[in-house]
Every structure is written in C-alpha cells, then in structure tokens.
Design a protein around this ligand. Structure first.
Ligand code: NAP
Length: 508
C-alpha cells in the first residue's frame, strides 16, 4: 500500500464518536464540521440537547457567569434576556447552535456509552452503546468524551436515605410533579445549586429547613434584565458586544490572581463579602452561622442577591447541627431532634473526581482509564491520557475553573482535539498516544502550581479527590490554558502510522 493510498483510507474511513451534547459535545461537532470532517456521531443518553443545562431544571437555575461571556465566541447572542441567563435560555441557545451549524443531525438520542475498548492492531475503538435496553457495538478511530464532570448526582452518605416516606430528589433531577407550595421542605447543602434553590423554596414553602454543613462565601450578583436598547445596540454593532464580552472576561481573569498566584489576595474579596453579609443579615446569631471559616475561593465563591434575605426569612430555619439520619418522617439531627418534613431536596453536588469511572474506557494494555488514573493520576492538558490513543477528554482533569467561563476552556480544548484529529487523518497515522515523559512532566508542573493555589489552603472541596489531590482545577489564568492548547506539537505524541514498519518509536 502506498503512502497516498493509506492517507486516502485514513481520510475516507475515519469514524469519530463523541459522547454528550452539552457545551463541549456540541462545540466539538461544530469544530469538526468547520474542519470539513463529517464522519462523526454524537451519542447522547438523554432525549434532548443540553448537558447540565438540560438536567438542572430546579427552580431558580441560572448561570453565575455573565451571559455575554458564557456562550460560544463564534456565535454571539445579542438578545440575552438577563445579564446572567436562566437555564432554559442557555439550553435553547445550545439547541440553536447545534441546528445552525449542522450538528443536530449527527446526534443519536437515548444512547448511552457503556464501554469502549481499543485495539492496537487496527487502531480502532470498539464502542458499545446502549439504546432501548439493547447494546450495539460501533467501530471508531477516535472517541471524544464530552460527558462532563457535573453530570452524575452525588447522593449524600447519610443513613436512612431510603426510609423517608415523603418526596425526595436531587437538585439535578428535580421532580416537577411534586407541588411544594405550602409544604415543609428541607434543602441539604448550601453550594452553588442550593443557593439558587433556597430563595425559590422560601417563597412557597410553609417551612423551609436548610441543613448547612459549611457556609459559602457569597458575593452580590450584578443580575438584571437586559434593556431592549442594549439588545438592539448589540444587534446592530456586534463589535460593541465583543468589547462587552472581553470586559467581562478580563474582569474575571483578574480574580485568578488570588486563586493561583497569591491566595492572600483573597482577603480583599473576603472584606467585600463580609461587608455584604453584615448589610444583608441583621441577626448576629444567623450571621455567625453564615460566616465561612476558610479562605475565599477554596470552595466555589457564590453570587446571589436573594440568598441572605431568604435565609433570614421568618419561615426559614438554618440548621447547623449535623445530620444523624433520615427517618420515615424527616431528618433527625445529632442533638436528637426530628425535623418533620414533606419533601427533602438533596443539593449535594456531583460525582466530580471519579466521574470517568462510569465509562469503561479500556486502553492499549487492556486497562480501564479510571484504574490507570487511580494508580498514576497523570494526564496531558486535561485532554489525553497515556495508553488511550486517539481518545480525548473535554472538560477533563485539571481544567475546571473557579473564576471564569468554562466555555472558553472548552473552545480551547476543542481546537486542540481538532488539530489532533486532522494530524492523524492527514498524516495517515493509525494513532497518536501522548508520550509518558511528556505527560509526567506536564502533570508535575500542574501539581506544583496547585500546591500554591487557594484550593490547597485547607478546606474540603470537590476539587480534591479522596487522597487530597486536586484533579479538578486549572491552576492558572485561562489565557495560559489557551496558550497551552493553541498549537499541537505532534512530537509530544508517539505516532504510529497505518503501516507499522514506519512507526516513530516511543522513546519516552
Ligand atoms: P456542591 O458545590 O458540591 O455543594 C454541595 C453541598 O452539599 C455543599 O454545601 C456540601 O457541604 C453539601 N453536602 C454534601 N454532602 C452532604 C452531607 N452528607 N450532609 C450535609 N451537607 C452535604 O454542589 P452544587 O451546589 O450542585 O454545585 C456543584 C458545581 O456545579 C458548582 O461548584 C459549580 O461548578 C456548578 N454549578 C454552577 C452553577 C452556575 O450557576 N454556573 C450553578 C449550580 C452549580 P460541604 O461544603 O460541607 O461539603
């Protein structure tokens, strides 16, 4: 077979499988289309597009990153209804993008990835997809996981979860059939989801009991409806919208200085947040309960104008005594008090650190990716892992943020992955696999930076895994990640051509 023939085969027969239709899966599809690559299928386990913006339908669900930044750079939307957009509007935006860029037709709904196994001889992934209870195998040259870290609800480790006779559901699986008006409702958790839910529950519940383990740092949210005039100006002068987007971006980037350069700078933010709490919470006992005892930023800093007033409302109890167990009738705290309830909302977060465990990705040496990561927690740019050729992660390890828009990070990753795929196809490669030495050096550099970050300042957060290692956050400015991923350096990878004799050896 000549080199031209092998290149031809590589181009013509290069099926790609993408998992998930959140911001990352859709962006990946769009990027491939724009690169002239049509040979991809997106498998989505649900019946609709949207990822986290499809699943999180709880009352008050909205973004805490400004709308004009929390959107694709290539698809500006001049008419966002608010400065911080509500969930439904973001989901609609994603659907619009998928339609406009021709990606919707590539999606197979109701299709869940169960496992993907790499075969070194053929350079192919055999991907099992479950649809309507039946598993089917598909061959792919590349697998791209856009399933995200915030998709599997974390149920709390509390005794008696199954004993409760009332209604109970997780914030990301809201049961809209249950009318909570006039009911006795509990919310467990005071994280990013809870602080949006609590003000809505306070308005309708007869009694709301908030079970708080750790208070969050809360800052005011510059949220307001967009004026018709502003929307019209952005429509007619897109450059102004770009300027506005850039302004939000650079303001957010400033905060990274405290997160990753010198956490002592977070004192300035703490000063503002303390002042805000003092203004909003008049009762000193409640204020003390709501005052965090860790460095701001160590857990996600939250934005809300409605949270403190809700927590101080007459129908709300903030309970800081630990939970002993859940009973048939409610929640019993460690002081022996049983709080009788009609409904319990578990706003207890997601399985973030071992989110890959559900996907059985089996690489070159027959080992599962999760197993490999548990033994050797290394990756390259949060996108690839040695031993898993032509497989790419979106929103993978150490790419999460506490200060800016994930959509920016996703676009950087998608650009990088597209370059990888173009290189494999155009050069007639069977596969590329990051060199072990490159991966090791990269991980060491990232982990060293993380040691100095605010996430290492001593709190328990979902950024840290059970060994206290931060496999979630990106320890830098987002423009630094953009620089890291801007250009693919193929020499970072072992390159195996379709014709084995011409292999570039893995010297790493
Ligand atoms: P989270 O930030 O992990 O918060 C979970 C909450 O549940 C925490 O307050 C935690 O307390 C509490 N909790 C967990 N287990 C508990 C237990 N057994 N007993 C008592 N309390 C318990 O989860 P989340 O609020 O769903 O947010 C997750 C992430 O989603 C956020 O960090 C953010 O990245 C994203 N998010 C974003 C937005 C947005 O607007 N962009 C909105 C919602 C969520 P401890 O703090 O003590 O562990």
């Amino acid at each position: 077979m000549t080199a031209t023939q092998s290149r031809h085969i590589a181009r013509a027969d290069f099926p790609i499988i993408i998992i998930g239709t959140g911001f990352s899966g859709i962006a990946m599809g769009i990027a491939l289309k724009q690169a002239g690559i049509d040979s991809f299928t997106i498998y989505e386990k649900a019946d609709d597009i949207g990822g986290t913006w499809r699943d999180n339908t709880y009352p008050g669900a909205a973004c805490d990153v400004g709308s004009y930044l929390y959107s694709y750079s290539f698809e500006p939307k001049p008419d966002w209804t608010r400065t911080f957009s509500p969930q439904q509007e973001i989901q609609q935006y994603l659907k619009h993008c998928a339609d406009k860029y021709g990606v919707t037709g590539h999606i197979q709904f109701g299709s869940e990835l169960t496992d993907a196994v790499f075969d070194e001889a053929s350079g192919e992934w055999t991907v099992s997809i479950k649809k309507n209870g039946r598993k089917k195998k598909h061959q792919a040259r590349s697998v791209i996981l856009g399933n995200g870290a915030l998709s599997t609800p974390q149920l709390p480790d509390i005794t008696g979860l199954k004993d409760f006779k009332g209604h109970m559901f997780h914030s990301a699986r809201w049961n809209h059939d249950v009318d909570l008006a006039g009911k006795r409702v509990a919310v467990i958790g005071t994280g990013a989801s809870a602080i949006q839910i609590i003000p809505q529950m306070q308005k309708i519940a007869s009694r709301l009991k908030v079970f708080q383990r750790t208070p969050a740092w809360i800052m005011p949210k510059a949220d307001r409806p967009m004026r018709a005039l502003e929307q019209a100006v952005f429509k007619r002068a897109p450059q102004l919208q770009t300027l506005y987007r850039d302004a939000i971006y650079w303001r957010n980037e400033m905060y990274a200085t405290g997160f990753v350069v010198d956490p002592r700078l977070m004192k300035a933010g703490e000063f503002v947040a303390n002042l805000y709490r003092k203004q909003q919470v008049k009762d000193p006992i409640l204020r003390a309960k709501l005052t965090p005892a860790y460095t701001m930023g160590c857990k996600r800093t939250l934005l809300s104008n409605e949270y403190y007033p809700a927590m101080g409302a007459a129908n709300v109890d903030v309970i800081t005594t630990g939970i002993d167990r859940i009973t048939e009738r409610g929640i019993r705290t460690k002081d022996g008090v049983e709080h009788e309830l009609d409904a319990i909302v578990l706003a207890t977060g997601f399985m973030t650190t071992d989110y890959l465990s559900k996907l059985n990705l089996v690489g070159r040496d027959g080992r599962n990716q999760n197993e490999v990561l548990a033994e050797k927690p290394e990756h390259y740019k949060g996108i690839t892992v040695r031993g898993f050729p032509n497989a790419f992660l979106l929103m993978g390890p150490n790419t999460g943020l506490g200060h800016n828009s994930m959509v920016f990070m996703i676009e950087a990753q998608v650009r990088y992955v597209t370059q990888c795929i173009e290189a494999i196809r155009n050069r007639g490669l069977k596969f590329i696999d990051v060199r072990a030495s490159v991966q090791e050096a990269y991980t060491a550099r990232i982990q060293e930076k993380l040691q100095k970050s605010v996430w290492a300042s001593g709190c328990q957060s979902w950024y840290l895994d059970k060994n206290g290692r931060n496999m979630a956050a990106w320890p830098g400015y987002t423009w630094q990640y953009w620089l890291e991923t801007r250009r693919l350096s193929l020499s970072d990878f072992e390159q195996v051509p379709l014709k084995v004799s011409a292999a570039v050896p893995a010297t790493a």
